[in-house]
Design a protein. Structure first.
Ligand code: PMV
Length: 328
C-alpha cells in the first residue's frame, strides 16, 4: 500500500491583483486633498496556495528571491506579516480553529508578479491583496473588500510610514477611485475611454523618503505648501469631472499643471522631467510624474493612434519600460 499522503486530495487556490497608477493628486492626498487612481490590468501579482507534504508555511517569491519558511522571517517582513495577520484572525474564529495545518503537512505559497517593485505601480499593495484573498479562500475565512482593504492598509503603514491609503484602495476595489484620506471610498465611472502611456525611469525611489521630504518642507512653510496642496486638490476634482463627463482630452493640460506643482514640491527629478518633455514633444496631450516621484513612473495622455510613437520616443529618451493602457 502506498503512503496515503501521496494520494490525498490536493487543495489549491489561485488569486491575482492588478497594479495601479495615480493619475492626479499624489502627495497632496497625504494632506487630505483628493487624488485619482486607476487599476492597471496589464501588470499583476498572482498568488497560488496549495497543500504541501512539508510541514510549515513555505513561501516562494522568486521576484524578490524569497524562498523561506514563515517562522524564519522577521515578524515585520512585508509578506510574513500579512500572513501572520490572517492567521491571527483565523485563531480568533472558533469555527475555523484547527484548519491551519491541513492534515500532517503544511502549505506552500507561490507568489509571482509582473509589477515592477518600488516604481509607483503598487506592487507591495497588490501582493498583500492577492495574498490575503488567497489565504481567505484557502482557509474558508470570508472577508469583505472593506476588511481586506483595511488589512492591507495596516501592512502599508508598517512599511511606508504615513501612507494615504490610496494604493490599497484602488487595488482592492479594482476600479477608478476618487480618494480622500479618512473619507468613505468613492469609485467613479469613465465616460469615454482614454489611453495613457506609463514610462518607468528605472530608478527605484522609496515613496517614504519623498513623502518625508515634503513633510519637512511643509513644516517650514505651511502656508505655501497648503496652497500648493489646494491647487493640486482642485486639479483632481476637475479631472474627475472631465473623466466622468466623457471629456478626457481636458486631462492633458491638467497633467501639465499637476506636474509643475509636483516640481514645486521637489519630487520630480531630471530623468522624470526629461521623459515628461519627451512625451509632450512626441505628441502627448499632457504628461506628469506619477506616484512618490524622484524616480519610478511618469504618465502621458495620448490619442490612441499616437500611443506607440510616444512610447518609442520615451524609450529613446531613457525610459526602461513602457506600458500602454486604456482607462475605461
Ligand atoms: O509611489 P506610489 O505610487 O505608491 O504613490 C505614493 C503616493 C503618495 O501620495 C506620494 C503617498 C501616499 O501614500 O499617498
Amino acid at each position: 500500500m502506498g503512503n496515503i499522503r501521496h494520494r490525498r486530495f490536493l487543495f489549491i487556490v489561485k488569486t491575482s491583483a492588478s497594479g495601479k497608477i495615480i493619475l492626479f493628486g499624489e502627495h497632496a492626498v497625504v494632506y487630505n486633498r483628493p487624488a485619482l487612481a486607476v487599476p492597471v490590468n496589464q501588470v499583476q501579482v498572482d498568488v497560488e496556495i496549495l497543500d504541501s507534504d512539508s510541514a510549515g508555511v513555505w513561501i516562494h517569491a522568486p521576484i524578490i528571491n524569497l524562498h523561506a519558511e514563515l517562522s524564519s522571517l522577521p515578524s515585520d517582513h512585508p509578506i510574513g506579516s500579512v500572513i501572520l495577520q490572517v492567521f491571527s484572525m483565523l485563531q480568533q474564529s472558533p469555527s475555523l480553529s484547527g484548519r491551519g495545518a491541513r492534515g500532517e503537512g503544511g502549505i506552500q505559497i507561490n507568489i509571482s508578479s509582473t509589477i515592477p517593485v518600488a516604481s509607483g505601480l503598487g506592487s507591495g499593495a497588490a501582493v498583500s491583496v492577492a495574498l490575503i484573498r488567497a489565504l481567505s479562500s484557502f482557509f474558508f475565512l470570508p472577508l469583505t473588500d472593506h476588511q481586506i482593504n483595511q488589512m492591507v492598509f495596516e501592512s502599508e503603514k508598517l512599511h511606508h510610514g504615513t501612507p494615504s491609503g490610496i494604493d490599497n484602495t484602488v487595488i482592492t476595489f479594482n476600479k477608478p477611485v476618487y480618494f480622500i484620506k479618512d473619507k468613505p471610498i468613492e469609485t467613479f465611472t469613465v465616460g469615454k475611454p482614454f489611453t495613457i502611456v506609463i514610462a518607468d525611469t528605472g530608478i527605484s525611489a522609496p515613496t517614504k523618503e519623498s513623502v518625508g521630504d515634503v513633510r519637512k518642507l511643509w513644516q517650514k512653510d505651511k502656508n505655501k505648501f497648503e496652497s500648493i496642496f489646494d491647487e493640486i486638490g482642485q486639479i483632481s476634482l476637475i479631472a474627475r469631472r472631465a473623466i466622468e463627463s466623457g471629456k478626457p482630452e481636458l486631462l492633458g493640460e491638467l497633467m501639465n499643471q499637476n506636474h509643475e506643482l509636483l516640481q514645486q514640491l521637489t519630487v520630480s527629478s531630471t530623468e522624470l522631467d526629461k521623459l515628461v518633455l519627451a512625451a509632450r514633444n512626441a505628441g502627448a496631450l499632457g504628461a506628469k510624474l506619477s506616484g512618490g516621484g524622484r524616480g519610478g513612473n511618469m504618465i502621458a495622455l495620448v490619442n490612441q493612434a499616437e500611443a506607440s510613437q510616444v512610447a518609442e520616443s520615451l524609450i529613446k529618451s531613457g525610459a526602461k519600460n513602457t506600458i500602454i493602457t486604456e482607462i475605461k
